[in-house]
Design a protein. Structure first.
Length: 285
């Protein structure tokens, strides 16, 4: 491999027999403030040709809450078949530990993650484990603001459940920190972390189950294409699961790809480790 190519459209990659697209949401379909119409149309066109689109997201909320947000941002239901969120998987952990006291670290907007669960929310000093959905104030804080808390958690040997493995995410034209930043700090300090969401296998396995239900048959991994804008989550997750990835360069790595048309092998390895199938500046049909 001497270069890594850019493609102009999704159809260049799916015309060879792709049946399922597993698409990231934030950075691919919207930027947290508004939808990307071309991306939504591309996914819709793929579905109209008989393909299945499963949105996989590290949003620390249930899928129905994610859907409500998509509708507010202007993403039509017709753009996808189903949503799998890291919040759904985190809810399963909480449900499997009824009655245990949990310290919730995250903003109020993520409260739907506990909806319908027997979750005993408690102060930090009384908690049996931590669920981290994000920073209390991601507009002003960074993970370093939680170092002292994480040191105390490590001393108490508290397990931290990370409901969003992303380190940063786009919000308009800015990058803000996510739960993954705190979880990685805690892991560096020697704390125990369970990550739900990309790049870990359970979210992909659940997405493939939903795709098989939609299509009426199991789908070979060779006929699946992931789409994402994060090397750490989307690309690494696709590689670990054994599927190709179309990498969107307009997202959180936009500065690294400014003005780049072709990448030499050294640059490919430095940026990606395991290279994607192709690059695209922004998703379009």
């Amino acid at each position: 491999m001497t270069t890594l190519r850019f493609v102009e459209s999704l159809r260049e990659l799916v015309s060879g027999g792709v049946e399922v697209v597993l698409s990231d949401i934030w950075g691919v379909v919207h930027n947290g403030i508004e939808a990307f119409p071309d991306a939504c149309e591309a996914l819709h066109r793929f579905r109209r040709q008989g393909g299945a689109v499963i949105l996989i997201t590290n949003a620390p909320r249930p899928a129905d809450s994610v859907q409500r947000q998509l509708r507010k941002l202007g993403v039509a239901d017709e753009a996808y078949d189903a949503i799998v969120s890291s919040g759904d998987l985190t809810r399963l952990y909480v449900a499997d530990h009824p009655g245990r006291k949990v310290f919730w670290l995250g903003p109020e907007r993520d409260g739907s993650i506990y909806r319908g669960l027997d979750a005993v929310l408690s102060p930090f000093d009384d908690a049996s484990y931590i669920v981290c959905t994000g920073l209390f104030d991601d507009e002003t804080e960074t993970a370093e603001d939680y170092r002292e808390m994480m040191l105390k958690a490590r001393e108490r040997k508290l397990k931290l459940i990370c409901a969003n493995p992303d380190i940063v995410v786009e919000r308009g034209d800015r990058l803000v920190y996510c739960a993954g930043a705190i979880a990685e700090l805690y892991r560096e300090l020697g704390g125990e972390v369970i990550f739900y969401g990309k790049p870990h296998r359970p979210i992909y396995e659940r997405a493939m189950e939903l795709a098989a239900t939609r299509l009426g048959h199991a789908v070979a991994l060779s006929r699946v294409l992931a789409i994402g804008d994060s090397v750490r989550t989307d690309l690494a997750g696709a590689h670990g699961f054994g599927i190709d990835c179309l990498f969107v360069t307009r997202g959180i790595h936009a500065e690294e790809f400014a003005g780049v048309d072709q990448l030499d092998p050294a640059s490919v390895k430095e940026l990606f480790g395991h290279p994607p199938r192709a690059l695209i500046r922004e998703l379009k049909w």
